[in-house]
Design a protein around this ligand. Structure first.
Ligand SMILES: [Zn+2]
Ligand SMILES: [Zn+2]
Length: 262
C-alpha cells in the first residue's frame, strides 16, 4: 500500500492511497482544478479513482468529493449519514454511508475487495468527524487530523500503525500571541478545534507502537506554527518512546508529498 499526501492544511486536504489495484482518496478538499494539478504532479489519472472517504463536512475536506463522484460514475463516496445531504457531497452518483467503528472491505468495483477501512469517531466541531485506519496486506495506515483534543479511549482502535498521518496544527503560544480574532483562537484551542504540537505529541504517545516507521505531520497552521517547531515536538516524543528511528515528514499545503510505502 502506498500513501501520498496531495495537500494538507486549512486551505484543503487530500491524500491519495493506492493498495493493489484499488485507488482512493481520503478527503477531496481542494477545488476541482487544483485537485487536477495535484493529480498531474503525482502522475495519477483521476478516472483511476474507485473510492473517496470523507472525514467530515468542513469544506477543506469535503469540497470536491461530490463533483468527482458525479464525473466518475463508478466512484463511490463514503461519508457519515448526516453528511449525505451536504451540498459538497450530494452530487455524487454513488454515496455510501460510513458505518463508524465497523471494518469495511472495499476494492475495484466488480472485483474482490482488497483493502479495508475503519472510521473512528474523534472530537471536532463538525459532528461527526472521523479518522481512518486503512489496512492492506498486513500493513496499517492511520489518517488523523482535525481533532479537538487528545482522546485516549476514542483513539484506541488507531493504535500502532506502520504509517501515521497526524495533525500538528499549531504552537499554542504562537496562536495565543498571534493576530487571529479572539473567537477563532478560542475555537482552535477548544475541545472541538485543532491539536497543538503538545497535544499532538500526547496523541502520538497513545498511538505509536513498534510497527511505526513513518510519521507525517499534517494540517499545520501557516500562521501559528512552523515545520521546525512541529518536527522538534515530534522528534522529542519519538525519542522518549525509543522510536528515534521513525522518519518524520511534514505535509505541505502547496506541494504534494512523496509517495510513501506503508
Ligand atoms: Zn481541516
Ligand atoms: Zn475541520
Amino acid at each position: 500500500m502506498h500513501l501520498q499526501v496531495l495537500s494538507s492544511g486549512s486551505q484543503g486536504n487530500c491524500t491519495l492511497v493506492r493498495a493493489g489495484n484499488t485507488n482512493l482518496l481520503v478527503d477531496a478538499g481542494l477545488t476541482i482544478r487544483e485537485l487536477g494539478n495535484r493529480f498531474e504532479k503525482a502522475g495519477f489519472l483521476p478516472r483511476g479513482l474507485h473510492h473517496i472517504l470523507v472525514t467530515h463536512g468542513h469544506l477543506d475536506h469535503a469540497r470536491s468529493s461530490g463533483i468527482l463522484g458525479k464525473r466518475h460514475a463508478h466512484l463511490t463516496v463514503h461519508c457519515c449519514e448526516r453528511l449525505m445531504g451536504n451540498r459538497a457531497l450530494l452530487r455524487a452518483k454513488r454515496l455510501q454511508k460510513l458505518n463508524v467503528g465497523a471494518q469495511m472491505e472495499i476494492g475495484v468495483p466488480g472485483r474482490d475487495a482488497e483493502l479495508s477501512y475503519t472510521a473512528v469517531k474523534i472530537p471536532h466541531d463538525a459532528d461527526p468527524t472521523v479518522a481512518f485506519v486503512l489496512e492492506h496486506a498486513g500493513r496499517r495506515a492511520v489518517i488523523l487530523t482535525d481533532m479537538g483534543r487528545p482522546a485516549k479511549r476514542e483513539t484506541a482502535p488507531l493504535h500502532d500503525p506502520h504509517l501515521l498521518v497526524l495533525e500538528f496544527n499549531h504552537d499554542e503560544s504562537m496562536l495565543r500571541e498571534g493576530g487571529d480574532p479572539p473567537k477563532l483562537k478560542q475555537r482552535i484551542l477548544g475541545n472541538g478545534g485543532h491539536l497543538s504540537n503538545d497535544q499532538a505529541s500526547e496523541v502520538l504517545r497513545d498511538l505509536a507502537g513498534p510497527n511505526l516507521h513513518t510519521l507525517v505531520l499534517a494540517h499545520l497552521s501557516q500562521r501559528n506554527n512552523t515545520p521546525e517547531l512541529a518536527i522538534a515536538a515530534a522528534h522529542g516524543t519519538l525519542s522518549e518512546l525509543g522510536l528515534g528511528h521513525v522518519e518524520v515528514l511534514v505535509a505541505l499545503q502547496d506541494e504534494i508529498g512523496p509517495n510513501l510505502e506503508v
